[in-house]
Design a protein around this ligand. Structure first.
Ligand code: AMP
Ligand code: ZN
Length: 461
């Protein structure tokens, strides 16, 4: 689901075979709560699906360790940096605080089987990139230096402003709603935002710049790092729904104005997670961490399964009961997979495989994929086939379902699983020409296919 066009769109990479993805990462001033993790999981599901479909995925996720102010709903808040506030609270160096929570973030991702990104650039180590991007925006007339020495983006210079959030400039009034009252005096227009802020000498986390000693705004970091590491066209940009405005709206304006064309092709945002009916946020005090889940005796992957039970674009209401239910399913599936593995080997159920792949490809319809697998679990198909199919599906689910199995699933040559799924779809659509062509392609890979009343079966030749 693309939140700019507000429709479900087919994602075709700009560079054939390679999908570039930029994911807004954590602000590392505290532990990530499970709401944040649901959003990070969205990127992992997208990535696993693309990889299974044969794409190479290039994924970058930033680490925000400077510039994210306490009140990020205000476009130019003079509020305090989240990291500096936390460092004061912990009586530590802000960079020590940042590295501590960054490590914790990586540990949480690993516990949830989220595959690592190719790069995790830190904002504090990308200052030069931001300065050169700001200079480009000033040169092109999209940014100006205010009387207060702060460099502002000129919102009115980007006609496409508002396409993401629906917040049109004419509707954004100073002192109201999302924009808030400007306290800065150097701004020409209330909806302009700071790219670089002047700071006093004794403030921590500041750098020299052509516009004086200061620190970057939050939005410019994502433009600078994504353009640098992924280039001027990015296939998919992910993040939580709350980032739609102002973060993504401003990022789009900066990036597009710098390069002169639309940079991000698809904006995919995860809906918010509620817990026991209330939004999960530090500000409401309703926060659950992975460590809380583990402390109650649950496997962190039960949390992953609980997330898969709802679709990313819908609000999900998580509860301890839901996690307990997911844990029961996880235990049952792992035991079943281990028992099925003991039975004679059988080819995987290509129709089920096709249905699961289709559900994931259909805007990550994970609840439907789980339903398909539950049906397979209860079916009277051979145990060996159930084993192979669940083992294959786990490449998407990431639940360690084969953890307790003594033997490995039969290794299919690379690309064969996808061809089998396509062939099952061709047969279902009675497209026998395509089905024959796919049989030949599979034969080249050393996979012999036979059609039976229960569907196609394969063996390694
Ligand atoms: P932060 O560390 O606050 O910058 O947030 C990291 C990511 O988590 C962002 O993509 C947010 O949009 C997302 N996020 C924040 N709160 C929630 C929530 N309750 N449910 C889902 N995602 C969230
Ligand atoms: Zn971002």
């Amino acid at each position: 689901m693309d939140t700019r066009t507000r429709s479900v769109e087919t994602i075709t990479p700009a560079t054939p075979g390679v999908l570039s993805v930029y994911a807004c990462g954590p602000t590392v001033y505290r532990y990530a709560h499970v709401g944040n993790l649901r959003t990070f999981l969205l990127t992992d599901l997208l990535r696993r699906t693309a990889e299974l479909l044969g794409l190479q995925v290039r994924l970058v996720q930033n680490i925000t360790d400077v510039g994210h102010l306490q009140d990020d709903t205000n476009l130019d808040a003079d509020g305090e940096d989240k990291l500096l506030a936390q460092a004061r609270l912990e009586n530590k160096d802000p960079f020590a605080v940042a590295r501590f929570y960054e490590d914790a973030f990586h540990r949480d991702l690993a516990l949830l089987n989220v595959k690592p990104a190719d790069a995790y650039p830190r904002a504090s180590e990308s200052i030069d990139l931001m300065l050169s991007l700001i200079a480009t925006l000033v040169d092109k007339g999209h940014a100006y230096v205010g009387e207060d020495g702060t460099v502002y983006f000129d919102a009115r210079s980007f006609p496409g402003y508002g396409a993401i959030s629906g917040n049109r400039l004419e509707d954004l009034r100073a002192g109201h709603g999302a924009t808030g009252e400007s306290t800065a005096t150097g701004k020409r227009f209330h909806a302009d935002w700071a790219l670089w802020k002047r700071a006093s000498e004794n403030r921590a986390m500041t750098w020299d710049s052509p516009w004086g000693h200061g620190f970057p705004g939050w939005h410019i970091e994502c433009s600078a790092m994504s353009l640098d590491l992924l280039g001027e066209t990015i296939d998919v940009h992910t993040g939580g729904i709350d980032l739609r405005f102002p973060h993504h709206e401003d990022e789009r304006a900066q990036s597009d104005c710098a390069v002169g064309h639309e940079v991000v092709r698809h904006w995919v945002r995860g809906e918010h997670l509620l817990f026991e009916g209330r939004k999960m946020a530090k500000s409401t005090g309703n926060v659950v961490l992975v460590s809380d889940v583990v402390a109650r005796g649950f496997d962190p992957l039960a949390l992953r399964l609980a997330f898969l039970s709802s679709r990313y674009r819908q609000q999900a209401n998580l509860s301890w009961d839901a996690i307990a239910g997911a844990q029961r399913t996880l235990d049952r599936w792992r035991a079943a997979v281990a028992a099925w593995a003991e039975e004679p080997s059988k080819p995987m159920c290509a129709e089920v495989q096709q249905d699961v792949l289709e559900a994931f490809s259909d805007d990550l319809d994970t609840p439907r994929a789980l339903q398909v697998l539950r049906k397979l679990e209860k079916s009277d198909l051979p145990a060996g086939a159930k084993f192979e199919t669940f083992a294959w599906a786990d490449r998407l689910l990431g639940l360690d379902l084969v953890r307790d199995v003594g033997k490995a699933p039969v290794p299919l040559p690379a690309g064969a699983a996808e061809l089998l799924a396509s062939r099952a779809a061709a047969r279902a659509a009675k497209d026998f020409a395509a089905s024959d062509r796919l049989r030949d392609e599979l034969a080249v890979l050393g996979v012999a296919v036979k059609d039976t009343p229960a569907g196609q079966e394969w063996t390694l030749s």
